[in-house]
Design a protein around this ligand. Sequence first.
Ligand SMILES: *Cc1c(COP(=O)(O)O)cnc(C)c1O
Length: 421
Amino acid sequence: MNDSFYTYAVEQDKQDPLSSFRSLFHIPVNEAGEECIYLCGNSLGLMPKETAANMQQELNDWAKLGVEGHMHAKNPWMPYHEYLTENLAKLVGALPEEVVVMNSLTVNLHLLMVSFYRPTQDRYKILIEYSPFPSDRYAVESQAAFHGFDPKDSVIELKPKEGSFEITAEQIEDVLKEEGGKIALILMGGVNYYTGQAYDIRSITESGHKYGCVVGFDLAHAAGNLLLHLHDDGPDFAAWCSYKYINGGPGALSGVFVHQRHANHKDLPRFQGWWGHDKTIRFQMGDDFVPMTGAEGWQLSNPPIFSMVPVKTSLDIFNKAGIHNCREKSVKLTEFLLNMLDEKQLPGIEIITPRDPQKRGCQISLRMINPDKKVFEALTKRNIIADWREPDVIRIAPVPLYNSFMDVYRFVGILSEELSS
Ligand SMILES: *Cc1c(COP(=O)(O)O)cnc(C)c1O
């Protein structure tokens, strides 16, 4: 192994302003009790140590207070979702009234499409990213069908040029030139789960709006990963889950963004529930629904406190670390990973994630030219937790809050041994 990489890793870890954050997380260990190299924060983020005590607090208050906990718990439950708002808004570059945490991701995509996918006979198509996460494809196809359109004709998937995995701004513009007048909704990812490409939210939003399309984003792989500016970039809506980079625990709740321009758009069709009703008069139990201003107006049910706790705990950590600092370290980590991979010239793999740091987040996707899952299994045996995406990709995501440069260094060493053995 080229020792200058080793020296660099040691130096960077020493200078890393976020190095103390690793100790706030439980790092999984193998049967021998050794810490693994965890490179899977794109799939399930690690558990903050504080989460357990914060959960216990709410359990204790439930035991002690019963229903009184709604008003008298240490953190009264009635407004519990509001405790997450400010930090979440900062994390995604939104105004507080533009965000809310509720339900899970696919559920929220459907609820948002109820309001923002309003097809007509002339304009009914949905443009989606290349290789979308399957749930997103199922969701948009079922929305088109629900409105009486044939999903085969209604859903357009962007395709990269032959031999490439990257979607360019020109390709999006070309599709819009041709089909823009028929496209009701553009639903893009923030970072593609398979290729790791990060899309330019502002330019896609501007192009989409120019052609009269509604523009939404699924930010499952972007929230807690990229520096987002949702308010300024201006998409109409977005949603993401909190179990990937947001470390909110398995199946954690979803965040939702509805742009301010729709905040008081009370005539927008939506599915209604009592938690979306004006909270100042909610408990008058009136017959007429009056939506809350902003994203909160899309809530249906009273929030599940025990699911909110880990998300709140994690957002507090992000607030202390600062997403700017996270992103800065993340770019260095992936750059280091790519430089080492380049130097090694590993046989049988190609990097399909764009090289430009503006076009990627934490994740680097390594495509196996002759897919052989045995290599991945060997990594697992050697205490590396990464993930395998069918049919052919190993995804590696060094995460700035708890991964070190030494994690990356050790990973590339082990991968290189396994590929050459
Ligand atoms: C992880 C992920 C999902 C998962 O959806 P759930 O409703 O949380 O199960 C959906 N879409 C994308 C793009 C994802 O990355």
